[in-house]
Design a binder for this molecule. Sequence first.
Ligand SMILES: [Zn+2]
Length: 92
Amino acid sequence: MADKLPTYKHKERLRREGNSYDNMYGENIAGGICKLCDAGVEETLEHVMCECKHGKEERTKALREVGSLWEGEAGGGGWPMVDYINTTVTDL
Ligand SMILES: [Zn+2]
């Protein structure tokens, strides 16, 4: 995972005494620790998207719903099949 979104881990790395990150977050993001759960680990993109128990119910629901889209309809799973190679662009 690219881990480029503005997580507490990244904000904490940018925080220096007196800079804008320090003024905005201060010690509230010390260590870049996730504040949504009690795991005591850095808030990384992987933690937010895959591990944090705070979002577990939503992740499970989304995986179930997305997974069902791939079932049926001759392998297309209901997703629109687009022919990107033979598509032409026309002026309106
Ligand atoms: Zn967490």
